[in-house]
Design a binder for this molecule. Structure first.
Ligand SMILES: [Zn+2]
Length: 116
């Protein structure tokens, strides 16, 4: 991803509108590119400051740590999504293996009862 592409996604990132694949590429770029990180940080702080003023929340907060928190939350969500995708793939492979064993058993090529 180029800096231009990343910078065009800043608004969508802040609004939480980036689809998972784009989000992953965006975070990867921002993590490795100081310029884009700074640009994101600036817009992120403006957005959070405006929200803060709108909401007039009681608790104080550090704007710089909020971006790190937001990036980490999104990275964790992406990792969770990846893990559940692998779990589904493993389950599918297991089901296919079981189906094959059942077919082999049905055609008398292999007896499942021998396994136990
Ligand atoms: Zn960049």
């Amino acid at each position: 991803m180029t800096c231009k592409e990343a910078q065009s996604m800043v608004r969508e990132y802040i609004a939480g509108e980036l689809p998972p694949k784009e989000l992953e590429r965006f975070i990867e770029h921002v993590r490795g590119c100081g310029n884009c990180y700074e640009e994101l940080e600036t817009f992120f702080m403006i957005d959070r400051a405006v929200r803060y003023l709108d909401e007039e929340t009681e608790h104080s907060f550090n704007l710089k740590t909020l971006l790190e928190k937001d990036l980490k939350e999104k990275e964790h969500a992406l990792a969770r999504k990846r893990r559940s995708k692998w779990a589904i793939i493993c389950l599918a492979v297991l089901v296919i293996v079981l189906m094959c064993l059942l077919l082999l058993d049905a055609f008398g090529i292999f007896q499942i009862s021998r396994l136990f």
